[in-house]
Unconditional design. Structure first.
Length: 363
């Protein structure tokens, strides 16, 4: 009887959090284990175990999946030294853009090629590390996974990995459907239902939020509020020289319930990124019955299809007009809500987990 393929999941991602990349890793880990719990035929062929450093033990337990606390060291040293030594040639699966350099018996998910496409979004040290290690693992590891056809094209374009070594596993977004909306966040931010737009509090250059700030400085949107959720603050934007109009609110980091509460009563979600490897937030909005206005850039047309309203990422006036169209045309908004819910239903974590298991078994 052939022993099942043993897959060791690189749990360093549990030391971070708060980004779409970390969300993807957590959801895939949980859903592959749920899939195997339901499928004895798959359990006979493949097994997963999450390995983490001691400092991530609590978060590993919280995921509720089989895991092993492996020492010594911490952080990047644990990932690049402890993990490959202790794995002793086992197949290592890394899901957050960084792979284990010391082994070729590995599969790594590279979500995008942003350090090449928009280097201004990252510090010099971050760029250097990502370009160095991705260039190595892209040609050494048994398989490179990514999240969209667009990202696959960019990984090939920048010679990060050859096309025949890359497989696409789109993200799921149905996690947002598990969250009961928490409407109290509207009261705390002083928001009026239907009179605000949701976007990201993110200063990275490719997220393009300063363009959105300029759009909301337009007098035509003076009665509309822009709500930015995420880690970056008004002070962070001002430190980069960006003016903050009076009709902008910073929500800080929000829970899934709070985000669902914002989506439930927002006029729309605005997502003006100049490039994206996938684009979780607009699909999360669609899943929550909130229309999305996005830029026709990166993977956004691929994942949003005809269910979003598009606006030029370099034209603030175009974003003003898109917001006003949704406000003034309830039929258009209702059409986008229905189309968005259909589009979002295509992306589930169960399907992503099935695709991941299929790709690993095909090695």
């Amino acid at each position: 009887m052939v022993a099942p393929l043993k897959v060791i999941i690189n749990g360093r991602f549990l030391l971070g959090g708060g980004t779409g990349v970390h969300r993807v890793a957590e959801e895939l880990v949980v859903h592959v284990h749920a899939l195997l719990a339901e499928r004895p035929d798959l359990r006979a062929r493949i097994a997963f175990e999450l390995w983490t450093p001691h400092s991530a033990a609590d978060r590993a337990r919280a995921l509720g999946v089989p895991h092993r606390i492996v020492g010594p060291l911490h952080g990047r040293s644990w990932e690049q030294i402890t993990l490959p030594i202790r794995a002793r040639g086992g197949l290592i699966l890394s899901l957050c853009n960084v792979g284990v350099i010391a082994t070729s018996n590995s599969v790594t998910m590279l979500h995008d090629a942003q350090v090449h496409l928009t280097p201004a979004s990252y510090s010099p040290a971050f760029r250097a590390w990502y370009r160095f290690q991705q260039g190595l693992i892209g040609h050494r590891h048994r398989r490179i996974l990514t999240v969209s056809d667009y990202s696959r094209e960019q990984l090939v374009r920048f010679a990060i990995a050859p096309a025949d070594r890359i497989r696409v596993i789109p993200n799921g977004i149905d996690h947002i459907g598990r969250a009961e909306p928490a409407p109290a966040i509207l009261t705390s931010l002083g928001l009026v239902p239907g009179r605000f737009v949701v976007s990201l509090a993110n200063t990275q250059a490719h997220k393009n939020i300063p363009m959105l700030l300029r759009a909301f400085a337009d007098p035509r949107l003076r009665d509309m509020t822009l709500v930015l959720f995420g880690a970056d603050t008004a002070e962070a934007f001002r430190a980069l020289g960006h003016a903050i109009p009076d009709n902008v609110r910073f929500a800080g980091r929000v829970s899934d319930r709070e985000l669902a509460g914002l989506f439930a009563d927002a006029l729309c979600m605005a997502f003006p990124s100049c490039t994206e490897g996938f684009g979780l937030p607009p699909l999360e909005a669609m899943r929550s019955g909130c229309p999305a206005v996005v830029a026709p850039a990166g993977a956004l047309p691929e994942v949003c299809g005809e269910a979003a309203l598009y606006a030029d990422p370099h034209d603030p006036a175009g974003w003003v007009e898109a917001v006003l169209r949704l406000h003034d045309d309830p039929d258009l908004r209702a059409h986008l809500i229905a189309a968005g819910e259909q589009q979002a239903a295509r992306f589930t974590w169960r399907a992503a987990a099935e695709r991941l298991v299929e790709e690993l078994l095909a090695l």
